[in-house]
Design a binder for this molecule. Structure first.
Ligand code: SF4
Length: 266
């Protein structure tokens, strides 16, 4: 069996959710505009480092979604998101803080590991390059709200960054966050991951895989702030046995699905 960061984090969020998604084959309909826009933006950033026209790539990739019946958040529209994306790419290029020396071989890199149980763990790292001259693992994020920067060092607690450090064996990691808001902003958040954190993450993965393979899928439900995972959970219709909710938000894709497309989008 192949596991990924997304699978582990889904299980830790709610084991029942993991079962709906990875064992029973239910998936959210691919109509979420922010998610699809994030994917298009990542392809545009990759193009920038290959010295191609990033705005043209964004227009082309985001254009593939234009006639889909997308679900937008807040005041977002297809045009508004495109405009913000182009502004963010311009800002990022002007900043000039990130360097990728071999853009064709050091972007979207697949790393695999064999776990203690004999299973495989896979991760896709957005890039390995330099931020302000320091070599590091790079992750691109597109969001409509800033990531927290205070207190200092908080980025080192991001489990996905710890996961990338564990998979690559590189201490220095950084998130480049493309914030889509009225005045767009690019955040550069760096962290140094310790050996102890990597070992703890490895133990967390082994422990989670053991629970999954033991068939433990009890729900971690909650509907009250701030522990309210059910109210935003795409699988709510399944847990409430409401067919209308299920049909509105989910599709079922039977068969083995490793969720690797989710991994690329994460
Ligand atoms: S609705 Fe609640 S209990 Fe059901 S899968 Fe989602 S988070 Fe878990």
């Amino acid at each position: 069996m192949t596991y990924s960061y997304t699978q582990i984090s889904q299980y830790l969020g709610c084991p029942r959710r993991y079962r709906h998604r990875y064992l029973d084959g239910w998936q959210e309909k691919d109509t979420r505009a922010p998610m699809l826009f994030g994917r298009a933006s990542e392809q545009a950033v990759a193009a920038l480092f290959r010295r191609e026209d990033p705005a043209a790539v964004l227009f082309e990739q985001w254009g593939l979604c234009k006639d889909m019946d997308l679900t937008y958040s807040g005041n977002d529209t297809w045009d508004r998101m495109l405009q913000q994306g182009v502004q963010l790419l311009e800002r990022f290029a002007q900043d000039g803080r990130v360097r990728i020396r071999r853009p064709r071989s050091t972007q979207q890199i697949q790393f695999t590991r064999t776990l203690a149980s004999g299973n495989t763990f896979v991760a896709y790292v957005d890039a390995i390059g330099e931020l302000d001259g320091t070599p590091c693992v790079l992750e691109w994020k597109t969001t409509s709200a800033r990531y927290p920067e205070e207190p200092a060092g908080i980025s080192a607690l991001d489990p996905q960054l710890v996961c990338y450090s564990w998979m690559t064996g590189i201490d220095e990691v950084a998130q480049v966050v493309f914030v889509r808001k009225r005045l767009v902003e690019v955040q550069y958040l760096r962290a140094t991951i310790s050996d102890e954190q990597r070992q703890e993450f490895a133990t967390l993965v082994d422990d989670t895989v053991r629970r999954i393979e033991s068939g433990l899928f009890l729900p971690h439900s909650g509907i009250r702030f701030p522990q309210d995972p059910c109210t935003t959970c795409p699988f709510l219709g399944l847990c409430l046995d409401k067919r209308d909710l299920v049909e509105a938000g989910l599709v079922r894709k039977p068969g083995v699905d490793l969720g690797l497309f989710d991994e690329l989008l994460h």
